[in-house]
Design a protein around this ligand. Structure first.
Ligand code: GLU
Length: 356
């Protein structure tokens, strides 16, 4: 039998100390969960230089392991919630996502959440979660404009930066955030502004919340509107949301779509109006018919920047409608769906649009 020399014992002791130091260092990293929903960030195409690809092809584990040094930012665990292009994001996935995030964040083992998501409807998911997540821990959405197989794919660095933001102490209490192209946006403000380039997300009215450059986080200011722990909305026990639809206004548009939606059972209608939430005479008459039947109508604008004034060319009281304030039509729809989980007057709904 081999005799142990003092050197043997010293080596074993040193090894044990090193392992302990490594374990402590690992424990000190924040615990971040990455929930994957699909999108171009998980997309794959046949050619690195072609524009054709399919969303939602790559699993979350493959995505995480393709990002160098990402595990130095946080202890990461991935979960696949769905794997769809975000044009197919649904109320069901939103409700599942909200339930899972609230469950995870209630645990002291989870310090932050990253959600990978297609960019087409990312602002909608972010705003929905901003209203129903009951925690001040960071929740960060990210995605990419180029699929994982593309030359200069933007997904890996976006995911790295999103994890850095989710792991950062200053990200707490800022509501749901969107990180893309080195920028940090608030769920309330962010809009997809350009159809295909990597700088698609902008916050044209309120401005960026901050930047994140190779994981270095810098915040400039906080978000606007009530959110997360200060929001009154909850998805607890909710299986579906009331039907709310959007009608686009354009020169000479008729009120037919509004009449049709009322007949088809919509509980609310958001008008993507022209200018300051304006619409044609024919649409206005249809709005009056809709609100007389108890369908709530919100005036938003198809213009990407600026709010809809409560008192403008249209007198909301006369037509029974509501101004969306600074929410675009797709976000106004989300607030109206959540608000209509309860019976509310026109005046109460208007107040919500001012606050959220
Ligand atoms: N259809 C894609 C989606 O939203 C578009 C681009 C992207 O992911 O980002 O899922």
């Amino acid at each position: 039998m081999e005799t142990k020399t003092p050197l043997h014992y010293l080596t074993i002791t040193l090894l044990a100390v090193c392992l302990q130091i490594a374990a402590v260092a690992q424990q000190k990293l924040p615990n971040v969960r990455v929930l994957a929903t699909g999108g171009t960030i998980a997309g794959a195409g046949a050619s690195a230089t072609g524009s054709a690809y399919t969303s939602g092809k790559i699993s979350i584990d493959t995505m995480i392991s393709s990002v160098p040094n990402i595990r130095k930012l946080a202890n990461l665990k991935g979960e696949q919630v769905s794997n769809v292009g975000s044009q197919d994001m649904s109320i069901k996935i939103w409700l599942d996502l909200a339930t899972r995030i609230n469950e995870l964040l209630a645990s002291s083992d989870v310090d932050g959440i990253v959600i990978t998501h297609g960019t087409d409807t990312q602002e909608e998911t972010a705003y929905f979660l901003n209203l129903v997540i009951k925690s001040n821990k960071p929740v960060v959405l990210t995605g990419s404009m180029r699929p994982s197989t593309a030359l200069s794919a933007d997904g890996p660095l976006n995911l790295y930066n999103a994890v850095a933001v989710a792991a950062h102490a200053e990200s707490k209490g800022k509501g749901v955030l969107v990180v893309l192209n080195d920028e940090i946006h608030s769920a309330h403000d962010v809009k997809k502004m350009i159809s295909t380039p990597v700088h698609t997300f902008q916050s044209p009215q309120e401005g960026l919340l901050g930047t994140v450059i190779f994981g270095q986080v810098k915040f400039f200011h906080g978000p606007s509107g009530l959110h997360t722990t200060s929001s009154e909305f909850s998805t607890n026990g909710i299986k579906d949301l009331p039907k709310v639809d959007i009608v686009y206004c354009y020169a000479d548009a008729s009120g037919d779509m509004i009449d049709y939606l009322v007949k088809s059972g919509s509980k609310g209608i958001v008008i993507a109006g022209v200018g300051d939430g304006n619409m044609t005479e024919d649409m206005l008459k249809a709005v009056k018919r809709a609100t007389a039947k108890g369908v709530h109508v919100v005036r938003a604008t198809r213009i990407p920047i600026g709010a809809v004034l409560i008192e403008g060319e249209i007198d909301d009281k006369t037509y029974g409608c509501i101004s969306s304030d600074d929410l675009n039509p797709q976000k106004a729809r989300i607030l109206l769906m959540l608000a209509l989980l309860k019976d509310r007057s026109r005046e109460e709904l208007q107040q919500l649009f001012i606050q959220y």
